[in-house]
Design a protein around this ligand. Sequence first.
Ligand code: NAG
Ligand code: NAG
Length: 484
Amino acid sequence: MESAVRESSGGVSPVLIPMLFVWPCGGTSVFMSGSFNRWSQLLPMSPVEGCPMVFQTICSIPPGCHQYKFFVDGEWRHDEHQPYMTSEFGIVNTIFLTSERNSFSGVPAPNVPPPPMDVDNNEASVHLPQVSGSTFTEAAGTILEADIIASRLRVSAFLSAHTAYELLPESGKVVALDINLPVKQAFHILYEQGISMVPLWNGAQFVGVLSAMDFILILKELTNRGSNLAEEELETHTISAWKEGKAYLKRQVDEQGRAFSKPLVHVGPDDNLKDVALKILQNNVASVPVLHSPSNDGSFQQLLHMASLSGILKCICRYFRSCSSSLPVLQLPICTIPIGTWVPKIGESNRRPLAMMRPNASLSSALNLLIEAQVSSIPVVDENDSLLDIYSRSDITALAKDKSYTRISLNEMTVHQALQLGQDSYCSFELSRRCQMCLKSDSLHKVIERLANPGVRRLIVVEAGSKRVEGIISLSDVFKFLLS
Ligand SMILES: *[C@@H]1O[C@H](CO)[C@@H](O)[C@H](O)[C@H]1NC(C)=O
Ligand SMILES: *[C@@H]1O[C@H](CO)[C@@H](O)[C@H](O)[C@H]1NC(C)=O
């Protein structure tokens, strides 16, 4: 044994012995870290099939005395059934490995006698006061912070070096609307094309966009004025009339901080992806038109594409897929990093609550919430806050189906009815496509891969089993986190 200790502390690089580490006390996100990697890494531990409380990982470590500790759901823990001691990092588990492979491999089982510790370590446990792991937590916090900073720099460098050209599909159509179309027709086109945002053309150039939010405001305005959602109202008004001439509409919109009259937000094909992403975030839009002006004075414009965060995330995933270790933050569970919107815990009174509603809430209250809370979607939950469905801005276009808007009252229709309207059949496939869920223990990598799929704009974080809503992570949240 003495020779083994000398071997590991000597200059010769020792053999590495694969060891199985086990955490037997449950949790959702479990990691370990140890002196053998200088406490510089959090190694993810995987649940053992059939044993819900047990997590394991294999780590190759050199012979000698080692300390290690588990990071379970955000807290540093040790396993009382395995040898442990007090160190400068609080209580840590210990393991002693000789260089003979067979002598000590496998699970460090409870019945193994406590490992002999070298004199220094024993002294440490006697003289150092227990610092209840604060030094250790601080150290680990610094490691997480360093991972996040390094990952942000790499993503930022990648995005700055690539342009919007790379977002263009090989084929595909882009829809644009003439600003003189009646609003009603625009509404139907958005519904039929399954899109929530379309650029507007005035015969000479692109002058703005029409989005699902416009329809929410238009329908609300008609309701407020006491009109039924009369077909003629929508029929006789052109898009430009709504955009330009309506002082009352403008006033309302300005109060919400979204002026209709502001110039068209767009990007060029040579703009780098970081600028494109920042433009989308800063203007709080789902996508921006990519416009190409072959002539110098910009008098002629071609609409190449609608650039969205989803497309940019796809580029990031493709680029880093083969070298995901260069983005260490991807391995972290989403609950350990500052990303997304979460239901505040008891005592966190300063946090803004996560907007949620019951299925029997009126459609008008849902639309008010979408406007006031400035969110793009609201989880629909039961009395226990378990997820039933989700209502998003873009669901407003479902009211165009069979001209439903002519028959309904926003105050009387429930959110549940409004969601059923948009579907041919209220089937579970449709529901699961809309309500994409994840767990707070899921890695950022898993979350990002799913958000890069077309049509997925957000994941609802739920508690396993109960589906109780714990938070939301949207495409914009991912970019706000990566680009901050
Ligand atoms: C929805 O239903 C619950 C009971 O299930 C009731 O307490 C609540 O008042 C209803 N809300 C509306 C807006 O009808
Ligand atoms: C809500 O939780 C309570 C207690 O766990 C349970 O009895 C009830 O059935 C739950 N309600 C729904 C709608 O699942």
